[in-house]
Design a protein around this ligand. Sequence first.
Ligand SMILES: NC(=O)c1ccc[n+]([C@@H]2O[C@H](COP(=O)([O-])OP(=O)(O)OC[C@H]3O[C@@H](n4cnc5c(N)ncnc54)[C@H](OP(=O)(O)O)[C@@H]3O)[C@@H](O)[C@H]2O)c1
Length: 287
Amino acid sequence: MKVAFLGTGLMGLPMAQRLLQANVPLIAYNRTPEKLKPLQLLGAEIATKPYEAIRAADCVILMLTNTVAIYNVLLSDASLRYLKGRTVIQMGTITPSESQEIQETVITAGGEYIEAPVLGSIPEAETGNLIVMVGGEPNQYSKNLRLLRYFSPEPLLIGPVGSAAALKLALNQLIASLTTAFGMSLAFVQRQGVDVELFMKILRDSSLYAPTFDKKLQRMLDNDYENPNFPTKYLFKDTDLFLSEAESLGLNVSSVEGVRTLLKIAMNWGFANDDYSALFAAIKTDE
Ligand SMILES: NC(=O)c1ccc[n+]([C@@H]2O[C@H](COP(=O)([O-])OP(=O)(O)OC[C@H]3O[C@@H](n4cnc5c(N)ncnc54)[C@H](OP(=O)(O)O)[C@@H]3O)[C@@H](O)[C@H]2O)c1
């Protein structure tokens, strides 16, 4: 089976590398062709247009930013012509309704579609330790399990298309809200002159603790948000996706709107491409 890998950015590149290291035949496309060089060195075929990759493959993996990118790459007239008989595995973070719309278009074009968004970042992508959540039918899950195991020891079937996208947004809402809540208490403790190590010791021993706090602590203390695995602009994107879905479900989203405001401020201050823990800078308004 040959795989077309479309979108070799921060996440797509290490994921495609894993397939090549396992000798899975692969043809790759990326809008910015320079990013394909490392894959070419590992023996990947390179496509200069998305449809060339789709035409040459049995299965199409997408690791693209958002639906605009997916429409450009997968659902253009040129690409749609070649979707017949192909299985599309959409792994980026989009909303359940967007995913279902793409599914309909792919099916109309004669293809199959599943969603498989991921939790985890570049280190997990490099080592095959992502949490892969699959939205699709049980038979589609079984058929694609072998391939998905290159990315995750235990890909999980969540339910029909839309359910895995929903779960992914729920988890990313937690990333945004937990980081904000931790940053707020950290800034408060600092301003009150309380010893940060003492605060962390009590927190670590309590049921309030989440491991992500320690992962972000040093960055926040040092104001060092460079070399991100997951940039602020993407947590902002996912927070917006969560808000649009949660509002349509009638939830009171006011706490998440506050988180969105902080992410927006961090982006306006030039942290869009830095680690999302830069929202700590937005919390400490006057520095
Ligand atoms: N980074 C993480 O830790 C992480 C974790 C879990 C999930 N995700 C999700 O995974 C997806 C990819 O994330 P990433 O971190 O790999 O992002 P990235 O490094 O920015 O890569 C995005 C990819 O989408 C392509 N793209 C963007 N806009 C396009 C357009 N209009 N037309 C064609 N191609 C376009 C980019 O092409 P160029 O190279 O030409 O820009 C690149 O290949 C996102 O949905 C993100 O939310 C990310």
